[in-house]
Design a protein around this ligand. Structure first.
Ligand SMILES: *Cc1c(COP(=O)(O)O)cnc(C)c1O
Length: 348
């Protein structure tokens, strides 16, 4: 792996970015003196309360180290080993978690369903359930949706509700991988509740890292019954932080003044600008609708290598390929213009 040695801001991933000031400052405040351990501290209580306020409901909240743990433990909490989870072919739980959902659920199978631009559609969920109903098939139990998706698109409220209607008719639960939940809320201009519990979501994995924190995801159970003994599940999986306040304090810093949404809006706006600039370059193909903080480009191998040669980092293995350019809370307009300029020169 090559490394970024000059500290230059990149478009490879929103986790290339550092810690935003609001999260950093809250960690510093949490660092003043001693506090109770394992989540029994005022920061963790306050962070959970702020999440309940944000979602306008009495949900149950847990803080874990990362998204893979959040997703796989949340999914495991809803499944028996003979169940299955229906998700998109490009879902992180399917392609990027090294089998952790199957591992933590002791064998629950992930089944993929079709859909456009990183989403699954209600009909595909229906098909995954109906194609077999016999004893030999792993019984579908959960639908997992990613919001915003791995391909930078966003489910609208109506799309979520139509998935919910099918899920409900088959007695399936709904899990939402919200590694970029903030970007989805910013993109839709909706309230968090409209795309979660009001659209049938039972559990949300609310990502903090890509939004500007150092580390951490919140697992938010809207159906509190599903959270039973989840604390034991976290502990057994090595996800119970003894200095929990350093996982939870950043949430306080991000939620209290609205930084979580401000940063997501900024990242989305930078991706929109990048989209506008590169769309004007002849020969550059933009792959999916730009709805959150990334764009995907179809580049020739020559142009791709030349961009790498100019020091730009980006991934080309996500979803169906193409160069993924991802903006973060600290992406600047100059960064965007510099990249677009290089791309225009190299494409000429
Ligand atoms: C980044 C990401 C996650 C979490 O990944 P971790 O590296 O385990 O924190 C989960 N889902 C999606 C869609 C992601 O992009």
């Amino acid at each position: 792996m090559s490394t970024t040695t000059d500290g230059k801001r990149q478009f490879a991933s929103d986790n290339y970015a550092g810690i935003c000031p609001e999260a950093w400052e809250a960690m510093a405040r949490a660092n003043a003196g001693h506090a109770r351990s394992y989540g029994d501290d005022p920061w963790t209580a306050r962070a959970a309360d702020l999440i309940r306020e944000l979602f306008e409901t009495d949900c149950e909240v847990f803080f874990v180290f990362n998204g893979t743990a959040a997703n796989s433990l949340a999914l495991a909490s809803m499944c028996q080993s003979y169940h299955s989870i229906v998700c998109s072919e490009v879902a992180h739980v399917e392609t990027d978690e090294c089998g952790a959902p199957e591992f933590f659920s002791n064998g629950t199978k992930v089944l993929t369903a079709a859909g456009e631009s990183g989403k699954i559609d209600a009909a595909a969920v229906d098909w995954a359930v109906r194609r077999r109903t016999d004893i030999h098939y792993p019984k579908p139990r959960v639908v997992s949706v990613t919001q915003a998706t791995e391909l930078g698109t966003v489910y609208g409220v109506d799309e979520l509700k139509s998935i919910w209607a099918r899920a409900k008719s088959h007695d399936l639960r709904i899990h939402m991988d919200g590694a970029r939940f903030a970007n989805a809320v910013a993109s839709l201009g909706c309230t968090p509740k409209e795309i979660t519990w009001q659209a049938g979501v039972d559990v949300l994995c609310f990502g903090g890292t890509k939004n500007g924190m150092a580390v951490g995801d919140a697992v938010v159970f809207f159906d509190r019954n599903l959270a039973r003994e989840f604390d034991y599940r976290c502990k057994q999986a090595g996800q119970l932080s003894s200095k929990m306040r350093f996982l939870s304090a950043p949430w306080v810093g991000m939620l209290e003044g609205g930084a979580w949404l401000r940063h997501a809006r900024h990242a989305n706006a930078m991706a929109e600008l990048l989209h506008t600039l590169v769309s004007a370059i002849p020969g550059v193909l933009v792959r999916y609708p730009r709805q959150a903080n990334s764009i995907f480009l179809g580049l020739s191998p020559e142009v791709r290598d030349a961009l790498h040669g100019r020091g730009w980092h980006f991934y080309d293995f996500i979803g169906w390929g193409g160069a993924r350019l991802m903006c973060s809370w600290d992406t600047s307009e100059e960064d965007v213009r510099a990249l677009a300029r290089d791309l225009a020169e190299l494409s000429a």
